[in-house]
Design a protein around this ligand. Structure first.
Ligand SMILES: [Zn+2]
Length: 197
């Protein structure tokens, strides 16, 4: 959708409702998963990469770290036996064990190099760890979409606030306020209103 001009009554309501429509369009675009475009140069880059372009870490497993975590789990399991299952200590240790188990899994996954491409253009972005690639995935209907306002903090936020109740997402409003009168940002469902400065 291109620029839209409205002059008339209830302009802020119109604005909020127009944004709801725009959001549907945006999510439709985000939902299209482009096939990866593969060039010879990309293939070469992928094969040669030894670090993840997202976190800059290597595609290698730190075996010492895994051993350290594994022996930590063993000693924590021994410790568990001393505590009552209902005690706070017991659940605390349980949580630490779960975290260590997850850390081992994510360390082991670091050897997996995956092809990271832009789902909108299909272009190769770089080689990445499987987990890093997963974190960057855009989920339509979930990923926050910024709505940038000039002067949102000082005045314009009040205009939007007046009418945001007319949005289909009016039941999901969260405001981050600087003071009672100044709003830093506001989330209405997936839309995140922010100031340009
Ligand atoms: Zn990574």
């Amino acid at each position: 959708m291109g620029p839209f001009l409205y002059r008339g009554n209830n302009a802020t309501q119109e604005f909020v409702q127009k944004l709801d429509q725009e959001l549907i369009e945006i999510n439709n675009v985000l939902a299209i998963k482009r096939e990866r475009k593969v060039t010879e140069e990309d293939k070469k880059k992928f094969a040669e990469a030894d670090t993840c372009w997202i976190c800059k870490g290597k595609f290698a497993i730190d075996t010492e770290e895994i051993e350290r975590l594994e022996s930590k789990i063993v000693s924590l399991n021994e410790k568990l036996e001393k505590f009552n299952k209902k005690s706070a200590e017991y659940s605390g240790i349980k949580t630490t064990i779960e975290k260590a188990t997850k850390a081992i899994a994510s360390e082991k996954a670091k050897a997996n190099k995956v092809w990271n491409h832009c789902h909108i253009t299909g272009k190769f972005r770089g080689s990445a760890h499987r987990d890093c690639n997963f974190k960057l995935q855009i989920e339509p209907w979930k990923i926050p979409i910024p709505v940038v306002f000039h002067n949102f903090r000082s005045y314009d936020s009040h205009l939007v606030c007046e009418s945001v109740g007319h949005s289909v997402n009016a039941h999901q409003i969260k405001v981050i306020a600087e003071t009672f009168e100044r709003y830093k940002s506001m989330k209405v469902g997936q839309l995140k209103y922010i100031d340009s400065q």
